[in-house]
Design a protein around this ligand. Structure first.
Ligand code: RB5
Length: 153
């Protein structure tokens, strides 16, 4: 898969670690920054990655900020993005099985590298269950379409 990745300064170390982990698993990494730990604004990088995934120019996205909360909020503003803030393995599994999450969000100040690598592994390899969950996602898409119709006018 092509995986777009991004972080702010607080997520930089974990992002760099995850780039290696993603590559090791045979996926292509598209890095949208940041490139160092100088202060930065998570919306800039969250939006870049979310837009790339939304356009289909990457299959999935991974975002990291300090808590993951800011990145999750901003990524979910983009059409067809289902970003999941994940702190444990159960969350990683369910975000794929039930939500078909296409962006994984982690907190660089919350989650140790070892656990983050396990979360990544599970998240990349767990399929969407479909069925009743597909119907629920369709309701979200219908709402998105309504919102975007209003703003695109
Ligand atoms: C940056 O200090 C911090 O606010 C940011 O990384 C993130 O945790 C926001 O949710």
């Amino acid at each position: 898969m092509r995986i777009a990745i991004g972080s702010d300064h607080a997520g930089y170390d974990l992002k760099e670690f995850l780039k290696v982990e993603i590559s090791k698993r045979g996926h292509q990494v598209l890095d949208f920054g940041v490139n160092d730990k100088s202060p930065s604004d998570y919306p800039d990088y969250g939006l870049k990655v979310a837009r790339i995934v939304s356009r289909g120019d990457a299959d999935r996205g991974v975002l990291v900020c300090g808590t993951g909360i800011g990145m999750c909020v901003v990524a979910n503003k983009v059409k067809r993005i289902r970003a999941a803030l994940v702190y444990d393995l159960y969350g990683a599994i369910q975000s794929r099985r039930h939500l078909d999450a296409n962006v994984l969000v982690l907190g660089g100040r919350m989650t140790a590298k070892e656990l983050a690598a396990e979360i990544l592994d599970v998240w990349l390899n767990t399929p969407f269950e479909g069925g009743r969950h597909a119907g629920r996602l369709k309701k979200i898409e219908e709402w998105e379409d309504e919102c975007f119709r209003e703003t695109e006018g």
